[in-house]
Design a protein around this ligand. Structure first.
Ligand code: PGA
Length: 280
């Protein structure tokens, strides 16, 4: 790491710590579940009921579950009038039309969704979604009033060749260039290093913090206020055992949880780590 980068990071860390010690950065923690292509009517029911009961005890944090499309009706039925919000894992860029198999943002709204994931690395790699296409999905989601959870992250090869920041910058800039930086005030960003997703290898809190600080700084170059309010989640093998140390970092505002979101006990342990209670 160059000396300039290191000083940069130290400086960002200090600014963030200063802000929180002054109580100016009061971002609420958000824990979002990404069920991916998992679940069944029977499993979802017991999982969602347990999550609702657990999250009711944690009014200090926010919780969202992003479920497969066919389960949105069931999810809406079980989560309406609870503290748990729900959303989908993808959305099409167009409002409607001849796009067989696709789902429009307005349809997600019909089922009470508040959030939708866009640009998950599995979609970027298995379905060849470009950063521009992801930005178009982001725009479509916001146009319907949904909060996009914009995912970004580098592969192992990118990390090993020290191109993490280049990759993140390209993924972030595609959205800022299309919709403008103000759009990020109604969005969530999720940093998910591809090498940490579903592998059991979590980024260290310091590794994750460095990229989160980079994202916040890059947004701050356009608008400081938007940057300070931006909720940036970390995702990639988050568990009950490592959530607290990740969430303690100044620029980590919660998590996007895959595998552990399918087991109520594991997911709730992560939600609990999102509660920072003031000492009595
Ligand atoms: P994981 O997945 O928690 O199973 O690593 C995270 C994600 O892909 O969002």
């Amino acid at each position: 790491m160059s000396l300039i980068r290191l000083t940069d990071l130290l400086f960002t860390g200090r600014i963030a710590a200063f802000r929180s010690s002054r109580g100016l950065s009061m971002r609420r923690k958000l824990v979002a579940g990404n069920w991916k292509m998992c679940g069944s009517l029977a499993q979802n029911e017991s999982l969602l009921k347990a999550v609702v009961a657990g999250v009711a005890q944690l009014p200090e944090m926010d919780c969202v579950v992003c479920v497969p499309f066919p389960y949105l009706a069931q999810t809406q039925q079980l989560l309406s009038n609870t503290a748990v919000k729900w959303g989908a894992q993808d959305v099409h860029r167009m409002d409607k039309g001849a796009y067989t198999g696709e789902v429009a943002a307005s349809m997600l709204c019909d089922f009470g969704c508040s959030h939708v994931i866009v640009g998950h690395s599995e979609r970027r790699s298995y379905f060849a979604e470009s950063s521009h296409q992801v930005a178009e999905k982001f725009a479509a989601a916001q146009k319907s009033g949904l909060i996009p959870i914009l995912c970004m992250g580098e592969s192992l090869e990118h990390r090993e060749t020290e191109s993490t920041e280049t990759v993140i910058a390209e993924q972030l800039d595609a959205v800022i260039n299309l919709v403008g930086v103000q759009a990020l005030s109604k969005a969530v960003v999720a940093y998910e290093p591809v090498w940490a997703i579903g592998t059991g290898k979590t980024a260290s809190p310091e590794q994750a913090q460095a990229v989160h600080a980079f994202i916040r700084q890059r947004v701050a170059q356009h608008d400081r206020q938007v940057a300070e309010g931006l909720c940036i989640l970390y995702g990639g093998s988050v568990k009950g055992a490592n959530a607290a140390e990740l969430f303690a970092m100044p620029d980590i505002d919660g998590g996007l949880i895959g595998g552990a979101s399918l087991v109520a006990e594991d997911f709730l342990a992560i939600c609990k780590a999102g509660v920072i209670r003031n000492p009595a």
